[in-house]
Each structure stands twice: as C-alpha cells, then as structure tokens.
Design a protein around this ligand. Structure first.
Ligand SMILES: *Cc1c(COP(=O)(O)O)cnc(C)c1O
Length: 234
C-alpha cells in the first residue's frame, strides 16, 4: 500500500472514532482532501483509494490539476481566498466554494455559474475568532449576508466554514467550533427554506474537536499528504 492509502485508512478510523465519541454517524462526516501544493499523481493515488472530494486554495494550480485529472470523477471544492475578478473560473470548474465572505463575490459566482451545471454549493466563511488579519464575515454581520446569498438562484447556501485561531489544546479548540455550530442553528431558524446542513470545520491539528462540535466536512491536508513544501511553487 502507498503511504497516502495508509494515511487515508488511518484518517477514516480517526473520523469514525471521533464520531463514536460524539454519538454521531461516521457517514455524517465527509473528509475533504486538501491538496494544495500536491502533484496531480498524489491526488490520483488518493482517488484510487476511494477519495472523491478535493479542496484547492490557489486558482491557477487548481485549474491545472482539474485539467490533468479530468478523467476522474472528482468533486472539486475551492477553499482559498477569492479575488472578485477571478470568480468566473471558480463558477465554471468547482462544485463547492467554502470561502465566500462578501456579497459581491457570491453575486458574481451566481451570475457566472453556467446554466448547464447544478447550483454552486456555498459555505460562508466566518471570522469566528474575530482576528483582524483573517478573512471571513464577522458573526454580527452573518445574518444579513446569509439572507442576501440565500436569495441567489444559482447558489445553494449550504452552511458555514471557519478557521479558528490556532490552539494546541484539544479542550480549548472546541469553543470556536461550538460557536460556529450555534451560528448555523441560528441561521436555520432565520432561513427555514434554505437547506443549511454543512459545518466545514476542522483541519489536521483540530479534527477531533471539530467532529465533537458537529463538523460535517473536515478539511485535511498534512495528515493525508504529509508536510507541505511551498518552495516548488511559481
Ligand atoms: C491548508 C488548509 C487546510 C488543511 O490544513 P492541514 O493543517 O494541512 O490539514 C484546511 N483548510 C484550509 C482553508 C486550508 O487553507
């Protein structure tokens, strides 16, 4: 077995164990393989081991891999910062976008989504730790943004995404994830006709805490592919 196959097996066990602790069904948690900086053949190995959802941060790098792997039935997620003049290729090539934090971007994705494709699945990124340097909508502004985005016909608003301030303590990691869960429940009350079913939260260092607090998508890079090497990037 390849190392990627081994790590994928290990992650599936870890997800199932955390789900059991949380008294949740393991199938209610989807593993998103975060493949930024990885070569197409590494993604192909993960695909061969059954992985179907892949997340990319950098648009040009992602488009190259989407092209190289067009023979595979991959579901592509965009999870990186979005420049509003680069929305068209995102609308045309991805099934999910996790990093929408302003209406202008959502509106452009809506307008540019090809009619031949199903609506684009969107998570709103929330600046849950309210860090000045981080992207994401502030919790106080979330309801207004979600209400606007939910009205767009070519967008399917699915839920929330967050990257909390890093904390090595597994107990303390849970608080911001619990907060995101509360925000999602609030939106479910406010927007009863929108199918809000997604909490995209948890990475390699805090996956268990996120699952305990209700994550439905965990975004895992390092624990699947190993440490990243940015030196090869253009
Ligand atoms: C890189 C990245 C991840 C994966 O992080 P790891 O710590 O390598 O698991 C998850 N989410 C986002 C938004 C990322 O940019």
């Amino acid at each position: 077995m390849t190392q990627i196959t081994d790590r994928l097996d290990q992650l599936r066990v870890q997800i199932a164990t955390a789900a059991e602790h949380a008294k949740r069904q393991p199938q209610s948690i989807n593993l998103l393989a975060v493949s930024k900086t990885r070569q197409a053949d590494e993604l192909r190995q993960a695909w061969s081991a059954g992985q179907r959802d892949f997340g990319e941060n950098y648009l040009q790098e992602a488009l190259d891999k989407i092209d190289a792997l067009s023979d595979l039935d991959i579901c592509w997620h965009f999870i990186g910062p979005i420049q509003s003049n680069k929305t068209r290729p995102i609308a045309e090539n991805f099934s999910w976008v996790h990093s929408v934090d302003r209406f202008k971007v959502a509106q452009r994705l809506n307008d540019q989504r090809p009619a031949s494709l199903p609506p684009l699945n969107i998570c709103l990124q929330v600046n849950i730790s309210e860090e000045a340097s981080k992207s994401g909508v502030l919790p106080a502004e979330l309801t207004a943004l979600a209400t606007e985005v939910a009205s767009l016909p070519n967008i399917r608003l699915r839920g929330l995404m967050a990257i909390p301030a890093s904390d090595a303590d597994p107990q303390r990691q849970r608080a911001p994830f619990a907060q995101l869960n509360v925000l999602l429940h609030g939106l479910q009350q406010q927007l009863p006709n929108t199918p809000l079913d997604t909490l995209s939260m948890g990475m390699s260092g805090d996956m268990e805490a996120a699952i305990l607090e209700g994550a439905t998508i965990v975004r895992i890079g390092t624990a699947l592919f190993g440490p990243r090497d940015y030196s090869q990037q253009q």
